[in-house]
Structures are given as structure tokens and as C-alpha cells.
Design a protein around this ligand. Sequence first.
Ligand SMILES: O=C(O)[C@H]1O[C@H](OP(=O)(O)OP(=O)(O)OC[C@H]2O[C@@H](n3ccc(=O)[nH]c3=O)[C@H](O)[C@@H]2O)[C@H](O)[C@@H](O)[C@H]1O
Length: 437
Amino acid sequence: MSSFSSHSNPDAFPSTPGKVKMERSNIYFGRGSTRWQSSVAKLFFWTVVVVGLIVIFFMRSSSPVETRRLLSTPHWGGHDWEKRVRYSCRVKTEKGIVVLVTGAAGFVGSHVSLALKRRGDGVLGLDNFNDYYDQSLKRARQGLLDKQGVFVVEGDINDAPLLKKLFDVVPFTHVMHLAAQAGVRYAMQNPNSYVHSNIAGLVTIFEICKSANPQPAIVWASSSSVYGLNSKVPFSESDRTDQPASLYAATKKAGEEIAHTYNHIYGLSITGLRFFTVYGPWGRPDMAYFFFTKDILQGKSIDVYQGLNKVDVARDFTYIDDIAKGCVAALDTAKKSTGSGGKKKGPAQLRIYNLGNTSPVSVPDLVNILERLLKVKAKKNIISMPSNGDVPFTHANVSLAHTELGYQPTTDLQTGLKKFVKWYLSYYGVPGRISKG
Ligand SMILES: O=C(O)[C@H]1O[C@H](OP(=O)(O)OP(=O)(O)OC[C@H]2O[C@@H](n3ccc(=O)[nH]c3=O)[C@H](O)[C@@H]2O)[C@H](O)[C@@H](O)[C@H]1O
């Protein structure tokens, strides 16, 4: 087939694009250009090889986060973006603080951001919107925050240039660090995500905060899981925490030790909060109360874990509003860091508090409450607790938080779950209707 005939008759074009290209090129260069074509092909080949090598070198010398950031369109920077950041951080009361909330599109982060904004503090959110669970729920929380004037910057806590930029734009007085890889059982599937967020990410946050001038005070989320196999109840802050049962717990415990180092060397004021199984509206779909609700409504069976000797497992389930109040109280009582300007001027505050409900409830009782609220009988599979990082029970002693933060949980599980179920049904719809879950 001549190039002329294929050009003049479109139906005769072969189906493979490469072939089309080749035949079309013959129209322009004719038979006598074979040597020329081979030089062009060689030049093209070597250009691709050289460019490829440069890209590989560049990717290997950068950290994964840097690489991702540099290869993708940055979500931050520019005049309008800075204006939004500053606007979100406006303080509306005389004693208002300016807080960077990491994990702001998360469960606890969204509630704390709203609580701070409501009372007139300056609040800026940061979240990487990862896909650990339903991202649309995170976007919906972001929508809520946006309506209340809280801008959530999209970015990772490991992105040091972004964090530095935020501190250049706004002199944050406080950082509420809630971004983390949560979930006890998922640590067996994706261990590195815990190291990435809960250790490397925490260190990046501390690094940026220690170099900021003025240094902010930091409040961050540790976990009840640090008590691990501790059997002394209720759990007090002074109890042993050297027997973590999951990698999640181990990374949170490591975080507490890392906090000690940054406090000791750089004078950062740091408060760690050990949250006890936080639940409530806008919660996390990976948690048992949440997916039990979904599965019960969908008529699916649920696994109810049972401990050794058929003892029920139990948790000190803590309602989100109580936790949010505890976080705000921790911010309000945080003293200033002492290392601003790179020279530590004296010992800085280093605190750790349990934030729990002080009344554990067994998982079968949790299911009973859900059954009553949902008016649906659960299909229960009672199984021995798999060895997946779970602990048999948790129980907080909160007297320290009560004395020093004025922390006083007020919501029992029945009341809190009622609020959760009401939200769940309004958000996902009553079963039978099209659901987002
Ligand atoms: O306080 C914390 O620091 C942690 O709290 C939360 O962990 P947990 O207390 O383990 O909550 P969650 O998974 O809801 O399981 C609740 C109960 O249901 C039992 N459980 C669980 C799953 C299942 O299929 N069946 C079951 O019986 C299970 O054995 C358990 O007894 C957070 O997820 C975690 O990120 C961290 O913040």
C-alpha cells in the first residue's frame, strides 16, 4: 500500500496508531530519508535514556514525600493561598490563641478545630486526606470546617517545606498535633504507614516547631494503647507502658519518648494526651462501634471478640465532646516553650494525661445498646480475640487531668451512642435508601 493511497483513503488507515505514524512520516520524507530517520530515532532514543536517568536520580535522592510533592502540582503557595491561611488564623477575642491543627479533617481534629474556632481562636487545619478510610467523609468534615471559616491546607506532616512555610506566614502560638496513622489492627497490614506518620511525621513536626521563632506549645495525641499488657486498673499515667501489644501502640509510646527528647534539648512545651477509644458523630469508620452499626443495619454478621477464659473484652469508650474539651483545656494550660531563638532558657513543660471516660463497657454491652438504638437485632459471631494487637480491656484514671486541666467526662456510652446513631442515620440515610457507606 502506498503512502499516497492510505492518505487519500481514510478507511484504509491501519488500526494501530504507531503504524499510522510510520506511514504518515513517509509522506513527508520519502524513501531517500532512511538514514536521516535512523539518526532522528537514535537521537530520540538517547534523549529518552538521558531524561529517564535524570528522573531516576532525582527520585532516588529525594524522600518519597518530597518526590510526590515535586512531581505533583503543589497544593500550596501563592498570594491567594497565603491570604486564606492568614484569614483562617484571625483571632477574634483578646486572649485568643493561634493554633495549627494537624489531622484537621480527621475525627478528633475536626471537632477540636470547630471548638477552637467557635470561641474565637485562630485555627488553621492541615490534612493529607489519605485513603485509610472513606475520603468523602474527610471531605465532608472539611466542608463543615470551611463553612465555619477554618481553612484546611492539603499536605503531609512529613512535608517540612510546607510546614516551614506555614510558620513563615503565621506565628502559631500552639500546635494541636492530631494527624496520625490510627487503628490497632491495621498495623499488621501496613506497618510502615505507622512509622511514616507516627514517628517520622512527629519528628518533622517537632523539628519545625523547635526552629520556629517564637516556638509554639505542642499538644499531641498519644493513646490508651500505650498501657499495652499492663494489668493494673484503672490505668494511671505513672503505670508501666513498656509492653505495647501492637505496632500502633509502640509508635505512640515511641512518640512519648521522642517528645521527652525535644522538650529536654530544645525547650519545647509538649503535652501528650492518651485518648481512650474515642467515639461519636463524624467518627472513624474503621472503629468497631461504627462498622458494627453499618453491618447491623445491613443485616451482616459482626465478630464480637472474647478474651481468655471467655471473659468479655471491654473499653473505656470516651465521647468526642469530652475529648475535645480535654484538648482545648490542654492548649489553654500549656505554658510557653523556652527555646525560642535557638537557645533554651530553662526547663519547659512536659505533660502526659489520660483522657478517658472512667467507666469501661464490655463489647457485648456496646452491641446491646446499638441493637436498642437501631431497633435491629445483630447477628453476632462470638469469637476468641485474634492476636492482632488488641488488648482485653482499658480503664482510665483521669484524676491528674481532672486536677490540672479541669477535665470531667460527662457523657455515658448510651447517651453518646444515641447521638452517634442519630448522626449516622442522617449522614448515610435510613437503610433502604441509597447510602454513602
Ligand atoms: O484508645 C485508643 O488508643 C485506641 O482506640 C481505638 O482502638 P480500640 O479501642 O481497639 O477500638 P476499636 O477498634 O473500635 O475496638 C473496640 C472494641 O471492639 C472489639 N472488636 C473490634 C473489632 C471487631 O471486629 N470485633 C470486636 O469485638 C475490640 O477488641 C475492642 O475491644 C482506636 O481505633 C485506636 O486508633 C486508638 O485510638
